[in-house]
Design a protein around this ligand. Structure first.
Ligand code: GFB
Length: 308
């Protein structure tokens, strides 16, 4: 096979790093990357010039402004605007510059707040979104639709995948802007180090979430890039979920914190549940492999070694 050239947009983030690790092990792939300082994907002219010069044959769009429940609800303008700009530029210039295949990554929060569980891909746009991440979800829905329209109108092989909540090395561990899993790792680690009697957690602990390790996600993306051609998005998840309280107990155990958990119910719970139906991706031969407790252990080890 001739060498193909893949542009991994967002290669320094949680998802992009995992994709880079995976593609680096595969023969016949030349990987193209740009740091944020080298290429601002919200800049129309810079993005056009990059595609015209590099001419990648394949693209995975893992560059996005992402954050946990607090950042999403407080900065809806930025989550909507930046994500629309990034994805519009990348998708438009990928199409204009002859990219053969593009994978757009969305999120399980694109589905209605009260969607029937597990959530099938067809439930998209069947009722209202979860208000805490509406801006982000709308941007991701627009990206998915743009890929669909490019396929239907111009015959472009652009596909979309909707991963569930992700975690792993190179995550954002900042307590204000992170997702729950890295926040719990930091909170329990600091509480143990400082011998604090308790840890404050947000919401009631009752919402259920599904957690997928990014190395599993990267394998799923590779499988889709190789074998999937359709205008229908594909869910990527493990097919199982836990309550936030159960998650907290696993992280507490991994970190070895022995104090008390205090729930701050003035903080939002977000959507009560968003378990993805993963029959479509399972039928393509992919299944998540990394058990949650094991993935949390290795992620905690990474956090301790890197102290980000
Ligand atoms: O992961 P998370 O921030 O976002 O929060 P979502 C999940 C649940 O964990 C919520 C609770 O019920 C939080 O209230 N939680 C408990 C905490 N303690 C903490 C804490 O210390 N930090 C955080 N962050 N949460 C996001 C969306 O929703 O999920 C995005 O905002 C995206 O759009 C992402 O879809 C995957 O799962 O609620």
């Amino acid at each position: 096979m001739a060498t193909q050239k893949i542009y991994i947009a967002g290669h320094r983030g949680l998802v992009g790093c995992a994709l880079h690790r995976l593609y680096a092990q595969k023969a016949d792939w030349e990987i193209v990357t740009r740091t944020h300082a080298e290429l601002d994907l919200t800049d129309v002219n810079a993005t056009r010039a990059f595609f015209e010069t590099e001419k990648p044959s394949h693209v995975i769009l893992a560059a996005a402004k992402v954050g946990g429940i607090r950042a999403n609800s407080e900065y809806q303008v930025e989550f909507l605007l930046h994500n629309l700009r990034i994805q519009n530029n990348v998708i438009e210039f990928a199409a204009a510059c002859g990219v053969q295949k593009l994978l757009f990554l969305g999120s399980s929060c694109i589905y209605p707040k009260l969607a029937p569980q597990p959530i099938k891909e067809e439930y998209l746009l069947s009722s209202s979104l979860e208000p805490t991440n509406e801006g982000y979800a709308l941007a991701k829905i627009a990206g998915l639709k743009l890929c669909q329209y490019y396929r239907r109108q111009y015959g472009k092989d652009f596909i979309s995948a909707m991963p569930t909540n992700l975690y792993g090395p190179h995550d954002n561990f900042d307590l204000q802007s992170s997702h729950v899993l890295p926040a719990l790792i930091r909170k329990f680690h600091e509480a143990r180090t400082n011998q604090s009697p308790s840890v404050n957690l947000w919401g009631t602990g009752a919402p259920r979430r599904e957690f997928l390790h990014v190395d599993d996600l990267a394998e799923a993306c590779f499988a889709l890039m190789e074998n999937y051609e359709s205008d229908q998005p594909v869910n990527i998840g493990v097919g199982d979920d836990v309550t936030i309280k159960e998650l907290a107990e696993i992280v507490q155990d991994v970190v070895g914190f022995e104090g008390e958990l205090v729930w701050d119910s003035s903080m939002p719970d977000g959507t009560p549940r968003k378990l993805l139906d993963v029959s479509r991706i399972n039928a393509l031969g992919w299944k998540a492999r990394i058990p949650l407790a094991e993935g949390i252990k290795t992620t905690y080890q990474w956090f301790v070694e890197n102290q980000v």
